[in-house]
Design a binder for this molecule. Structure first.
Ligand code: ADP
Length: 384
């Protein structure tokens, strides 16, 4: 805010809102010239405000155009704007001056009411700026708290998930302990047949691998969600989201005469997820199912409450399927099957799905029978 004719004690106080667009230059110059002339005739206080620097002030005075001249004192406040601003100023000037002189007289002889200063407008603008900042910080803090609650819930969920394979390993160890005699003699005898022994060991190994995979996933997900993909989780009705996405895809389904079946329980618990991002995952999987399944094919969306902590969504089709050797690679960035290179696509859809699902601390994978179809599954945490 700058001062064109600073006189904070003046009885007439004006604010001029301007912008810095080149086409406004001439008009502003004319107004400033006129104001300078009037100020010689009757001194007043004028503050000039650039709207781009003080947008909150423009909002406060409900500005609809620039330049705008506002008489803020004596009251009532009066706003002059529009192409004939100068003519309006000429027309009002003598009345403004008169009211300022009357006000001055009242001040001299009457009770001394403090004169409002245009500088108070500046303070007001600062207050508005600060309250905007407080609002922004409050929102940021709410988001951070939600993220924190999300992570706490996930830790609880993961601890719960880790318990199953851990229990399985300890059962395997107990079985071994019971089955093997560790007597005083140095020879170890086993009540378990070699077949049983190898089965128990294999089971224990599979379970420890599962634990290892879970821990890797957690570490990866923590990294992904923090540094690459921001999600805004909230309570989401997954069933409704599935139907919404499906509705958006009907224009792709119809030309291929494909049928869609859904199996989504109405009592599915809410999930804690970013609805836009999960919508993207569903849309990508459905888009692939439609794209890679021949005309007249069948697509199915299923949702199930897999564990107390997780919901699993599956998008299945009866298309060409995915050969076993490619099943993990299709989730890599820019990976496409040679078979499908003639089809539209960049090979990034499934990589994005994986990043989104992992940012939710979920899993995504594919089951497939070549020539029978593919089933893409992903899990999301239940909202508590
Ligand atoms: P895009 O579809 O753009 O190529 P994606 O990352 O979505 O990229 O998929 C990677 C590859 O996985 C595809 O190129 C395709 O070969 C294969 N694929 C994905 N979904 C299916 C599906 N439902 N049926 C058969 N193959 C699929």
């Amino acid at each position: 805010m700058s001062t064109l004719s600073g006189n904070p004690e003046a009885s007439l106080q004006l604010l001029l809102f301007i912008d810095r667009r080149p086409r406004s230059d001439e008009k502003i110059r004319q107004i400033c010239d006129a104001l300078r002339r009037l100020n010689e005739e009757y001194p007043f206080d004028l503050q000039v405000v650039d709207v781009s620097e003080q947008p909150q002030l423009a909002e406060h005075f409900k500005l609809v155009a620039t330049p705008t001249l506002i008489k803020i004192y004596p009251e009532p406040r009066q706003t002059l704007a529009g192409s004939n601003l100068l003519a309006q100023l000429e027309a009002w000037w003598s009345r403004w001056r008169q009211s300022a002189e009357d006000d001055h007289r009242v001040r001299q002889f009457g009770q001394s009411v403090p004169l409002p200063k245009t500088s108070s407008v500046h303070q007001h603008s600062e207050i508005l700026k600060l309250s905007d900042e407080i609002f922004r910080l409050q929102q940021e803090s709410e988001e951070l708290q939600a993220q924190l609650r999300f992570k706490e819930r996930l830790i609880a969920m993961l601890a719960h998930d880790l318990r199953n394979p851990l229990t399985a390993v300890s059962i395997a160890l107990e079985t071994l302990e019971l089955g093997i005699n560790l007597g005083d003699s140095p020879s170890i005898t086993s009540k378990l047949t070699p077949d049983m022994l190898s089965q128990v060991l294999k089971h224990a190994r599979t379970q420890t691998k599962a634990i290892d995979r879970m821990i890797t996933d957690i570490l990866q997900a923590a990294h992904t969600s923090g540094s690459q993909l921001q999600i805004q989780p909230q309570r989401v009705e997954l069933g409704k989201l599935c139907y919404d996405v499906l509705e958006r895809m009907t224009s792709l389904l119809e030309p291929k005469h494909q049928q869609v079946k859904t199996d989504i329980p109405s009592d599915l618990p809410l999930v804690f997820a970013d609805p836009e991002r999960v919508g993207q995952v569903l849309a990508n999987l459905l888009d692939n199912a439609i794209k890679y399944t021949p005309d007249g094919g069948m697509i199915e969306i299923t949702a199930l409450h897999r564990t107390t902590q997780k919901i699993q969504v599956s998008v299945c089709d009866n298309g060409p399927g995915i050969p076993e050797e490619n099943r993990n690679r299709i989730f890599e960035d820019r990976y496409r099957l040679e078979r499908d290179e003639s089809k539209e696509g960049y090979g990034i859809g499934l990589a994005l799905c994986q990043r989104i699902v992992k940012a939710h601390y979920g899993q995504i994978w594919v089951d497939s029978e070549p020539e029978q179809g593919s089933c893409f599954h992903f899990t999301l945490p239940v909202f508590r």
